[in-house]
Structure formats: C-alpha cells, structure tokens
Design a protein around this ligand. Structure first.
Ligand SMILES: Cc1cc2nc3c(=O)[nH]c(=O)nc-3n(C[C@H](O)[C@H](O)[C@H](O)COP(=O)(O)OP(=O)(O)OC[C@H]3O[C@@H](n4cnc5c(N)ncnc54)[C@H](O)[C@@H]3O)c2cc1C
Length: 483
C-alpha cells in the first residue's frame, strides 16, 4: 500500500515514522513538503514537553480537556522510547554531533526539569494559573518541589520583576527541535521504502468519495491509497484549494515568535518559565542544545502569539520587543549583554475550536493531523502511534472520536464562562504589553468596556448558549471564523 504524508514538520515526520515502524515489504511511504519549511511551527518551537506547566485555571474542567491533558501526559512518557527508536533507525544518518548519542537514557539532547515562576510582570491571571498547576501536580501525584525562586540556577530577574513563588517539575523537559527534525529525516531517508518529494502540495483531486491524487506546486501528481494531511497551519487552505473547504473546520495561523540568544555567562541548566498568560503562553527561557561537545550556552526565549487568517513570515516588532524585554527583566538581567542569534517566526496550527484534529476525515482515504496549537512537538510520539494505528484500520481509544477532523467545532464553554474568560485574558494581555493604569477606577472601567464588546460580539454571531474561546475573538469579529 502507498501512503502519502503531506507535510514535513514534526507531525508529518512522526506519522511517517510511525508508519515505517510497522510497514511490511510491500508498503511505500511518501513524504511531501518543501525542505525550507516556510512558516514551520516546529522550527520556531522551544520544543518543551510540558503537560503540567501548561495547565490553566479551569483548564481541566471538562471531559474533553481532561482527555487532552491525558494525551499530553502520556506523550511525555512515550518520548524516551520514541527518541531511542529514531536513533536506532537513523544509524549513520544521525545529525553531526549526535554520533555519540545514547538517547534520553544517556543524556542525549533531551534534559528534564522545568522551573515555573510566579512573578508580577503581568496580572493576577498568572497567580490563578500557578495555583492550577500546583493543584494538578498534587492531585496527579506528579513529582515536583515547591522551592524558593532564589534557588533557581541562573535566575536573576530585575528587582521589580522578581518572583514570589516557584516550583520545579522534575519530568518535564525539552529538545532542540531543529536537531530532532534532522534526526527524524535521517531515520526516514535511510529506509528504502520511504520517498521524499521536496515540494509543496497544491490540491487534492477526488472522485467517488475518495482522493485520487495530490497535485504538487510543480503540477506533478502523486497517487496513493491513503493520504495524510499534516501541513500544519496550511491544512485548511490546501482543502480550500481542492474545493473541500467544508471537510474540516478552519485552521488558523497562530503566529508565534521566539528568539535564540547566546549568553556564555548564564548558560541555563533547565527551562525557566512563567505559567501561561492571557492570549499567549507566557514567557520562557529554554536551553537550546547545540551538540554534545559544544558550550551549550544558547537559550530560546519565547513566545508571542496572535491568530491570523493567513501566514505572516516576519515577526512583529512588538513581539520581538516583548521577548527581549521579558528575557532581560523577568529571567536574567545579564541577558542585556547576550548575543541575538536568530529570530524565529512560525505558525501554530490553531483550529477554530482550539482542539486538535486527528484521524480519518469523512473522505475514507483522507486522514488529517493538525490543530496541535502549542503542543504539537510534545504530542509527536503519541500522534505517531495513534495515527499509524488509525491508518492501519486498528482500534484506538474511543475518545479520539472527540477530535475527529470532520467534527463540528467543539463548544466547551457557556457564554457567561467565555465572556468572563475573554475579559480576564484581554486584561492579562494588556498588562503583558505594558498597560499601566491611572490610580483610579480605570482598570475596572476598561474591563467593563471589554465585557460589553465581547457580549456584543456574541449577540452579533448568535452565540446564545456557547462561548467564543478568547484567542478566537478577532477571527469571529472579522468574519474569518464561521459560527
Ligand atoms: C514560537 C513557538 C513555540 C512553540 N513551542 C512549543 C513547545 O515548546 N512545545 C510544543 O510541543 N509545541 C510548541 N509549539 C507548537 C508546535 O511547534 C506545533 O504544535 C507543531 O510544531 C506543529 O507541527 P506540524 O508539523 O503540524 O506543523 P509545522 O511545523 O508548521 O509543519 C508543517 C510542515 O508542512 C509544510 N507544508 C506547509 N504547507 C505545505 C503544503 N501545501 N504541502 C506540503 N507541505 C506543506 C511546511 O513546510 C512545514 O514543514 C510552538 C510553536 C511556536 C510557533
């Protein structure tokens, strides 16, 4: 059987690897994607494997959210064996610098341990989210320590931004995503039954309820028995060009910027991050592994977020300014003299309902894996396993039906919950971007204005008994998201 995987980010390559691990002699796997990976989320990611550190206030209240959390928790535990399998499969095609690699067990390019700090750089949504993380760590009996911020190595914030609370999560680590992609490609390119086509797909052709072939940007065609749409944030656009825009809900571009810096005096040993903040993922600094014999003094600082209906390939000045300032003020004031190595911009695949799309579409031989938003790197081993099972027609946990690609957008909040959350997130975003109110009723008045605007938007789109996720407000406001 020939299976065609469209997309060469971490999700596409992981699925191809999952298929390779269980391929028989007559199976062929084709991976389609441009080698430069324009707009790739994977290349911009810090590649943190965070489950608990990502928990937000109220974020485990529904069965759907609990299942998503369970998936991410399981993914963390799958990573060591997954990475080892990649190393074994890549053999002499491991990226340079990885030849001495013994995988997670021997150190590899994976390290574990994340510090979460609760500072006052934004607003009290940070406190709520920090409390939610701590509660979940206790409830799930996850290994952690409540520590004093002053005991965090290389944590040296500006005095006005110092944290009042901190904790250490033992089992949440990170990778260098660029090295991981090279490793995945090495494993796949070494296999005789895997073929790479180094260009993008333009559209699908379909007849009698099945995809017949994909047409590439060059006009060449690729035929296959099964197709997997894993082109990240562009997935819906590919379907739109194919006359199949109603097959899945719209996928938006969650434009994220991160910066890579080099700071020889303050090489980090672990991730230092805040909880998630309103409309974004908070601020983090993650060690950016360079190789076993390198100084390893690079740090990835992230990340900004805005949702757009199309790709933006350049970072906004406000995003870059926020990251530079945040790194110096909230992580380590010595970063004022760090070298700026690179600005990364990538598009997180953000579905309209903000949940992932995984599995078979309502076209029998077309599968989709996208909508992973902030967690696609972390979920890769799980997606690899689950999608390979689905493509082979095997049973998976029935709760994956919740994330079936052709579902109607999930609605997990009441209108009142969504309005309250939207105001909280927008206020947090304002404080993240330097809002400094007068000593008056001003913050309450602004919050009241925000509430009115969000209520009006719900009225306009007829959202009576359901609510818009805060990050999607503008997409509904400007008519890009269809209720
Ligand atoms: C700044 C930032 C920080 C992040 N940090 C983390 C983190 O710490 N941990 C985590 O788990 N996740 C993180 N994420 C999210 C994570 O990066 C994504 O969820 C994940 O990379 C999505 O993988 P993907 O393969 O679906 O998409 P992508 O990485 O975007 O890959 C899609 C691929 O498809 C290709 N493609 C596009 N169009 C076509 C086409 N028409 N035909 C063929 N190929 C095409 C592209 O070239 C690209 O290579 C972060 C994202 C950003 C932007």
């Amino acid at each position: 059987m020939r299976r065609v995987v469209l997309g060469n980010g971490v999700v596409g390559l992981s699925i191809a690897f999952g298929l390779l691990r269980r391929a028989n002699a007559s199976d062929e796997i084709v991976v389609v994607g441009p080698p430069q990976r324009p707009g790739s989320a994977t290349l911009a990611a810090a590649a943190m494997l965070n489950s608990f550190a990502e928990i937000e206030h109220g974020g485990l209240d529904t069965d759907i959210d609990l299942f998503r959390f369970e998936m991410s928790h399981r993914a963390t535990r799958l990573w060591p064996a997954f990475e080892q399998a990649l190393i074994d499969a890549a053999g002499d095609r491991l990226p340079s610098g990885c030849s001495a690699c013994q995988g997670c067990a021997g150190g590899g390019c994976f390290k574990s341990g994340t510090y979460v700090v609760n500072n006052n750089a934004a607003d009290d949504l940070d406190d709520l989210n920090f409390d939610a993380i701590l509660t979940a760590l206790v409830d799930f009996n996850e290994q952690h320590d409540v520590i004093s911020p002053k005991d965090i190595p290389h944590y040296k914030p500006h005095q006005r931004y110092r944290a009042s609370r901190a904790l250490f999560i033992h089992n949440e680590g990170w990778f260098n995503p660029r090295i991981m992609l090279e490793k995945m490609e090495g494993a796949l390119r070494r296999a005789p039954n895997v073929r790479f086509i180094d260009e993008g797909v333009d559209r699908f052709s379909h007849a009698d309820g099945a995809i017949t072939h994909a047409t590439l940007m060059s006009g060449n065609q690729v035929e296959g028995d099964q197709f997997v749409l894993a082109t990240g944030a562009t997935a819906w656009d590919v379907l739109d060009r194919s006359g199949l825009r109603d097959l899945i809900q719209r996928i938006f571009y969650g434009i994220g910027t991160s910066i890579e810096i080099r700071s020889p005096d303050d090489a980090l040993s672990h991730v230092i991050r805040t909880p998630n903040r309103g409309l974004a993922c908070g601020l983090y600094a993650a060690p950016y592994f360079q190789g076993p014999n390198e100084p390893n003094d690079h740090v990835l600082v992230g990340a900004s977020n805005f949702i757009a209906p199309q790709l933006h390939t350049h970072g906004r000045l406000t995003s870059i300014e926020g990251l530079l300032n945040g790194a110096i003020k909230q992580i380590n004031s010595n970063y004022y003299r760090a070298d700026l190595i690179r600005v990364n911009v990538g598009a997180r695949p953000n579905s309209q309902d903000t949940y992932p799309l995984l599995g078979k579409t309502s076209i029998d031989n077309l599968f989709a894996a996208t909508g992973t938003k902030r967690d696609g790197f972390h979920l890769a081993p799980l997606i690899s396993e689950v999608m390979a099972n689905m493509l082979h027609g095997e049973a998976v946990d029935e709760r994956y039906a919740l994330f079936a690609p052709s579902r109607k957008p999930l609605r997990t909040m009441t209108r009142d919950e969504a309005v309250a959350k939207a105001v909280r997130h927008q206020m947090s975003a304002a404080y993240q971007h330097g809002f400094s109110p007068a000593t008056s009723r001003m913050p309450d008045q602004i919050a009241a204005n925000m509430r009115d605007a969000v209520e009006r938007l719900h009225d306009q789109i007829g959202a009576k008994d359901w609510g818009i996720p805060p990050e999607m407000l503008d997409m509904y406001r400007y008519g890009h998201a269809i209720p």
